[in-house]
Every structure is written in C-alpha cells, then in structure tokens.
Design a protein around this ligand. Structure first.
Ligand code: R5P
Length: 261
C-alpha cells in the first residue's frame, strides 16, 4: 500500500486503536428527506465533534458541511436508484474519482447487491472503482447492501458478500451485524465496520449491537439511523464512541447516553 492510501486509511481508522466511528448520513441518495435528516446540516453539526469520518454524498458535503471542518469524508459514489423506483439494486457510479480528489476525501463508498438481478453490475462497479482508487491512493469501502430484503442478513450470506467484496479489492467492507458475526470477520481479510440498520426498539439495543460487533472483531461502526433518529443523538454517538475507542461495556455506554441528556 502506497503512502497516500495508508495515510487515508489512518485518517479513518485511528492509529491508536485501529478503530473508527463513522457517521452515515448518505441515506438521502435513494430515500430523499428521510425522517431526522430533512435538514442534513442541522443533523450533522452537533455530531461532528464525536465523528471520525462522515459518510455522505457530494451534494450534502458541498452544501451542508463547512470546508473548515476537520472531519474525514467517505464519499458515497454509487446510486442511480430510488425507494419508489423499480429496483434498489440497479446502481451505477455517480461521482468520478477526480471529484473525490477535488473533495479531498479519505475513501469512496459504493454498494454491492449480491444475489440480486444486478449482482454482476454492482460487482463490476466495485472492481472498476478499486482500479480508480488504487491509481489515486483512495481506499474503497464496499457496502454489502440488501435493499428492502433485511431478512437476508445472516452469517452465511454476509460472509459470502464480505469475502467477495474483499476479493475484488475493497479496502474496507461495511456490513450488518448478525449471529456468529466473528465468522464473518474471520473470513474477510480487510477491516469490517457495521451499519446499524433501521432504528432499533431501544437505545440499549443499539448499544448492544455496537458492543457485540466490536467484541467480535469489527473495526468500528458506520451507523446512521440509530444515532440521528435517536431522541438523544449526541448521547448516542458519545456512548458508541466509548464502546469503539474506550472499550466501554454496555452498562458504561448506557450511563454515558443517559448522562448526556
Ligand atoms: C444506506 O442507506 C447507507 O449506505 C447507510 O450508510 C447505511 O445503511 C448505514 O446507515 P444505518 O446505520 O442507518 O443503516
């Protein structure tokens, strides 16, 4: 790995522990103004001090995040679909690597839809993006997306997806937590981060998810809805940060969440 690529990886995964708290706010690229992300600037700003990297589209980055901010950026570069369209898996690349360079990002992210009608297309998107990323020293984060088929998220399927993404050259893989998650981690040779998925029933559920994932070997989180749709977003991100970077257990994290209200 060349210096630029290594440097960008270290900007995402903090060198002291090799972990990251990534805040996902890219949902609008196919969901539009989803609840609590109607005004991205308002949602993002209070969370920035606790965020290692922001995952978002170039439109939200350019319009809703100050260029004076020192937060790291993981740029969502796949899309071309919508929640009201025919197929969520029908994605192409929506921003060039040159634009990623212009935006000074530390990684580019795309979704792969394995087991869908657009599996081939999204995997070739990944392979091409890795070629571009290698040329410019920009890591690629592959998201093992499931669209509306949330029931797909089991160990066997996610292990398959994560491994294929890594085999095609992804430098980071984002996936879902599942039972036997350590098996997913063990069979994927690149760092894994977890998505939170739709908002869980209680804050405790979200903290347990993050804790269990890190215990099983995830290198951190790339969570969205369970943070900014929480009734206490700052408390939630602080608590998750303690789990990721301070090895806090769920009890300690829950106290941080409550004390931040
Ligand atoms: C999909 O909408 C995006 O890739 C999100 O970044 C991803 O699903 C993570 O966000 P959440 O924790 O809300 O699932």
């Amino acid at each position: 790995m060349d210096w630029g690529m290594k440097n960008r990886m270290n900007r995402i995964f903090k060198p002291q522990d090799g972990r990251t708290v990534m805040l996902a706010v890219d949902h609008g690229y196919f969901l539009g103004p989803i609840s609590k992300l109607e005004d991205p600037k308002k949602t993002i700003e209070p969370l920035l001090p606790y965020t290692d990297a922001l995952m978002l589209t170039r439109g939200v980055l350019r319009n809703c995040v100050s260029a004076a901010s020192n937060v790291q950026v993981v740029l969502r570069v796949s899309g071309g679909n919508s929640i009201v369209g025919k197929s969520l898996s029908n994605e192409g690349i929506t921003a060039s690597i040159k634009d990623a360079v212009r935006l000074n990002v530390c990684a580019v992210a795309l979704s792969v839809y394995i087991g869908t009608e657009h599996e081939h297309q999204t995997l070739l998107n990944l392979a091409k993006l890795v070629d571009d990323g290698e040329e410019y020293g920009i890591p690629v984060l592959a998201v093992t997306a499931v669209g509306k088929e949330l029931e797909k998220r089991d160990c066997k399927y996610l292990s398959l997806c994560c491994r294929i993404a890594a085999e095609l050259g992804a430098h980071i893989v984002k996936t879902y937590y599942c039972d036997d998650f350590e098996k997913v981690v063990k069979s994927c040779p690149v760092p894994l981060v977890i998505a939170g998925g739709p908002k869980l029933n209680t804050p405790l559920d979200a903290l347990e998810l993050a804790y269990n994932a890190v215990q099983c070997g995830a290198k951190g989180v790339d969570m969205g809805r369970n943070i900014w749709q929480s009734e206490n977003p700052v408390g939630m991100i602080k608590a998750i940060r303690a789990i990721v970077h301070e090895n806090a257990d769920v009890k300690k994290a829950q106290k941080i969440f409550s004390d931040s209200k």
